[in-house]
Design a protein around this ligand. Sequence first.
Ligand code: ADP
Ligand code: MG
Length: 273
Amino acid sequence: MIQLANVSKVVTSGSEQLTILHSLDLSISRGQFVSVIGPSGSGKSTLLGLIAGLDAPTSGSVSLDGHNITKMSEDELAELRGRLVGFIFQSFHLIPSLTAYENILVPMEIMGASKADERAQTLLDEVGLHDRGHHYPSQLSGGEQQRVAIARAFANEPEILLADEPTGNLDTKNGEHVFDLLLNLNRVYGTTLLLVTHDHHLADKADRKISLSAGRIAEDRLVGDGAMGRWGDRATERQRERETEGELQTSPVAPSPRRPVAPTLPVSGRESL
Ligand code: ADP
Ligand code: MG
């Protein structure tokens, strides 16, 4: 579903050429939860920006859902992005002059979604901010603002969520809360999730962990439930079945078995903030 082929990014800085990403090949299956770690300056944000089509690669191609976005016009790209991709930033990027509710409403209005107001309220409920919809970002804590940003990013139910250090400005408790919301979106809705984080403890809870180092993939492996098989014994059983059918994929791009669909996101406790 996300496919990068021979993607590089080179920028000119003064008279020098700086290679930020070195011919990267990467394939991420639908529904996979991938964490991306790596030291500051290793190219994590650049990678996410390229996948979101916010930035263009110097060479190579980026495909989302089979569409090569490097070949698209700005208009086509904007349309695809609006439909397919949600982005969450470290510093929330909420619109300060709009309330929490309005911030969530905006992307749905842009896409012409029906029953947008009802859904905005449902999303507020689901991130545990039921009665905070009328508050402006400045009246909310960092953790609350990030939860609004998650609800906004998920408003149009994108297939892909890209989160660039969403817990970076939060304390451990709020960071875990935000992480759990993202994990739930992945598990409940099957949203493909790319999460940049410095926190190895959180990164290890993904299905797959990619380590970037100086613009290259230094390590790429299955972790957590991805390595164990999400359904414990049942996954092992399914894996054996597939093995005997000769179609076992052991590469990190193998899709993880999905969890059964739960009715809604668990409403997180407001008391935690
Ligand atoms: P990370 O998110 O891992 O900290 P980034 O992707 O933001 O890393 O940046 C990778 C490297 O590329 C850094 O050294 C950064 O300074 C540099 N960089 C990113 N964008 C530009 C640009 N437009 N011009 C020059 N250097 C850039
Ligand atoms: Mg970054």
